[in-house]
Each structure stands twice: as C-alpha cells, then as structure tokens.
Design a protein around this ligand. Structure first.
Ligand code: UDP
Length: 474
C-alpha cells in the first residue's frame, strides 16, 4: 500500500499546539508521512518536534501559510489568541483565522494527503476534506470525560431546574453521578462573546459532520467515557495519549512549546535534594490571567503551608509578590519561582514533586497523571470545571480549591490564602494526600503501558492508521 500522508493543522494556542506537535512525532515514529500546517510566527515552535523525528524514516514537514493579522487591524506579529485582551481582539483574531481557509485548501489540493487532523477552531476544514474526499479528524484539545459532560449539559439542560447559580444539579445520563452548579458552566451569552460563540457553534456542527475525533487521552484513564462517547453518543473516536510520553529525554521534556525561563539542570539541581513527594508545583497554564491580589494570596498561602514549592508566574507579575517573599524563600530553600515558561513535564515527572496546584487545563491534568501527583483542582475557564470533576470526583486524585466560578475574562482571583493553605495541606498530607498519590501513581503506570507496543493507545493509533489507509475504499 502506498505510504500514508497525514496533515496536522493545530490551533495557534499552546494548549493545542503542544499536544498536536507530540502527536505528529508519534505518527512520524510509526512511519507515516507527516506535515504540520502553521503560521510564520508559530513555525519555530515546531522545530524541536522536527528534530525529534530525525531518526525516523519519515520526518515531519512544515507547511507555512501567511496569517494576515494586519488586514483585520491586529498588530503585525500577532500569532496566538492569548496575545490580546479578550473581546474585540478575539473577534479580529478569528477573522484572521478564517482567512487561512484558502491557503489550506490550496495545500490539500496540491499534496493529496490521506487525511487532515484539524483543530476544532477550523470548522471549515470539514468542507475542504469533503471536497477532496478525505476524512477530517477533529482535535479539540480535551478528553472524553469533559466532552461527554459538555454534551449532556447542553442536551438535557438540567441547569435550568435549580433556583440559584450555586445550587448543585446532576448532569444526567453519564456513567458517574456528576454534579455541577450554574456558576461552573461556561457562559458565552454576553454580547462580547457573540463572535466567539458563532465560532463554537460552527465548530460543533462541523465536528458532527467530521469523520471522527482524536483524543490526547488513554483508555484506562476514562474507560466509561470512551464507551459513552463511542456507543451512547455514537461517535468515532481514537485515544492515543498521553502524547507527552513521546518525549524521552530531559531536553525534549524541558522544551515543549518554548525554551524554559530556567535552565533545566538548575531546576533539577533544586529538586534533587528534596525528599520524595515533598514539593508542590503551582501553575495556571498559558491563558489564565492571575490577578494581582491573587498572586499576593498565593504567595502568602504557600508561605503559610510550609511546603517546598515551585511556582510559575508571569515575568511581569514579579513586582506583585509580597515584599521580601522571593528573598525569604530563596534563603530558606523553600521555594523556586520560575518567571516565564517552566519545564512543566520535567518538574511533574520528578520524584520530589508530589502535588500540583493546577487550573485543570486538559494537558496539565494529563501531565499531572503521568507524573503520578495529587492535585488541587483550581479551574478558571473553558472546560476546566469539567476536567476538575474528573480529577476530584471520578479519579479521586485531587481536591477542589473551593467555591470558584467560571470566568468570562479568564481571570483567576478571589481565593484567600487560608483556602490555598488548606488545600495544599490536604494533597501533601500523610493520609488523604498519600491515598490520592497512590491512585495517581497507578494511573501513571497505566499511562506508560498504554503508549507501549500493544498498549491501548498504541493499538488505537494502529487502528486509526488502518482506518484512514482504507478510507478511500469505504
Ligand atoms: N506549559 C509548560 N510550561 C509553562 C506553561 C505551560 O510547559 O510554563 C505547557 C504545559 O505542560 C501544557 C501546556 O503548556 O502542556 C498548557 O496546556 P493546558 O491544557 O494545561 O493549559 P492552557 O494553557 O491551554 O490553559
């Protein structure tokens, strides 16, 4: 059979680009011809992935298409959705995104791939795929549990049955009893989200018409939801994660997405002398905006709980730290503050790290699992509240931070130092924390087995390849 060519077209946000780049490495490692379509400003982010495939028979190719941000009034060089302040920025950004359709179509016409794996935010790739009679596979950067919850929340609308935004309602027809409040649901009804909501609706409609959905997840993490998605929701799905496990060495793990703000060896040197499971890692991913007051409260909470910690903050937030905080933590060896990009997977995989305070972005949740840590689930936006339920209620490998509410501005704020101290003490503590870590460690082992030859993710990738190779004859 002629070789199979798979085209990846990742959305330009880190939480989508990073796992798709790893996925492309996985496909290349299985001998498939692989191309990533991206924009000029994001191209360099994939160079590491290309290097990783140098020993494989088929190297990843990059196809760069112009991103005409100036035409929609955005500053030259804009490349990612987190570079601007919400609303008008997002509308213009998605307008520029829609202009990618033409160059993508031209590339598909010229290169005749076997399939295109395109992000949910490119709904029009389904039309392109139909036109050229190839399958379009959707990647939406999340797991099966959150997808199933989101579908059931939308379909049954039980949120309307409760009398207040903070009263719990049961999301019906799911394998586990899942309770949410209206405060935790995404709400895009505001006028400012009009443009974005339109994109989301188009994304959902396109997903229904697409050939299937590909997940960065593994069967053993959420088996009931793999069945639910396939059999109850009647959708084609493949899970091939955790894709971060395709990174085998320190260098690969420390440079996913960006070069780290800290030298990886310096980071490991700081971790090395700490006792196993004694360090808590705190990070809110790439999009969430931590308010000034919240930065202050996190610092005070971390200081109060007296645990070793690694905390990732934005470079520009350094000035928001309490007076003398950094000097104190440096002097007593309690904390390491990383200002900018952290080598997250490297840190979570270190045996000294036992806890993770996370905003519950899907990649972070999965990386927490592959690190075998207990988590404080502190969701902020997007589908993070659903991911948090998986962590706390279904897998029981974490505790909730408390009464937080979905933020339309991606802002993280309002949690007091006492709540932070209490939650960190729970996950790092002897009894409760140990139990959560034990369960997480079991999943960590299952994750590793899943991606090995014969494992569930490895086999699903084999099935996927077989499926697209025979697509034409169907
Ligand atoms: N990440 C990282 N270092 C950082 C911040 C983020 O390596 O300092 C990576 C992280 O490991 C994950 C991705 O960026 O793979 C963030 O994705 P996630 O879904 O967790 O959150 P998002 O940023 O999309 O909200």
């Amino acid at each position: 059979m002629a070789n199979c060519h798979v085209v990846f077209f990742p959305f330009t946000a880190y939480g989508h680009m990073i796992p798709m780049a790893d996925m492309a490495v996985l496909f290349a490692s299985r001998g498939l011809q692989t191309t990533i379509i991206t924009t000029p400003t994001n191209a360099s982010r994939f160079s590491k992935s290309i290097q990783k495939t140098i020993n494989y028979h088929h190297q990843i190719a990059l196809h760069i298409i112009p991103f005409k941000v100036e035409e929609v009034g955005l500053p030259p060089g804009t490349g990612n959705p987190d570079q601007g302040v919400a609303d008008e920025f997002l509308s213009s950004f998605f307008e520029a995104i829609s202009m990618l359709q033409e160059p993508v179509e031209q590339f598909i016409q010229e290169s005749h791939p076997n399939c295109i794996i395109a992000d949910m935010f490119y709904p029009w790739t389904t039309e392109i795929a139909t036109k050229f009679k190839i399958p379009r596979i959707v990647f939406n950067g999340t797991g099966l549990f959150p997808q199933c919850v989101a579908e059931a929340v939308g379909r049954y609308d039980h949120a309307k049955n409760v009398s207040s935004d903070s009263e719990l309602f049961i999301v019906p027809n799911l394998p586990h009893e899942t309770k949410l409040t209206r405060k935790q649901l995404p709400h895009f009804e505001a006028e400012t989200f009009k443009g974005f909501l339109k994109v989301l609706v188009q994304a959902m409609e396109a997903e229904m018409k697409s050939y299937g959905v590909i997940f960065n997840s593994f069967y053993e993490l959420e088996p009931e939801y793999v069945h639910h998605f396939r059999e109850v929701m009647n959708r084609k799905a493949w899970h091939m994660g955790p894709v971060s496990l395709c990174n085998k060495n320190t260098e690969d793990n420390s440079e996913r997405g960006q070069k780290s703000a800290i030298d990886e060896h310096e980071c490991l040197k700081w971790l090395e002398p700490r006792a196993p499971d004694s360090v808590v890692y705190v990070s809110f991913g790439t999009i969430v905006k931590v308010t000034r007051a919240q930065v202050y409260e996190i610092a005070m909470g971390l200081e109060a709980c007296n645990q070793h910690f690694i905390w990732v903050i934005k470079k520009e937030h350094e000035q928001w730290l309490p007076e003398g905080f950094e000097a104190r933590t440096k002097e007593n060896g309690k904390g390491l503050i990383i200002k900018g990009w952290a080598p997250q997977v490297l840190i979570l995989d270190h045996e000294s790290v036992g806890g993770f305070v996370t905003h519950c972005g899907w990649n972070s949740v999965l990386e927490g699992v592959t690190g075998g840590v207990a988590m404080v689930a502190w969701p902020v936006m997007a589908e993070q509240f659903y991911n948090a339920k998986l962590v706390t209620d279904v897998l029981q490998i974490g505790v909730p931070i408390g009464d937080v509410e979905w933020s339309a501005t991606s802002s993280c704020g309002g949690v007091k130092r006492e709540a932070i101290e209490k939650a960190v003490a729970r996950i790092m503590g002897a009894e409760e924390g140990e139990g959560m870590r034990r369960r997480s460690q079991v999943l960590k082992e299952k994750a590793r087995t899943a991606v090995e030859e014969g494992g569930s993710s490895y086999s699903d990738l084999t099935a996927f390849i077989q499926d697209i190779k025979t697509f034409k004859s169907k």
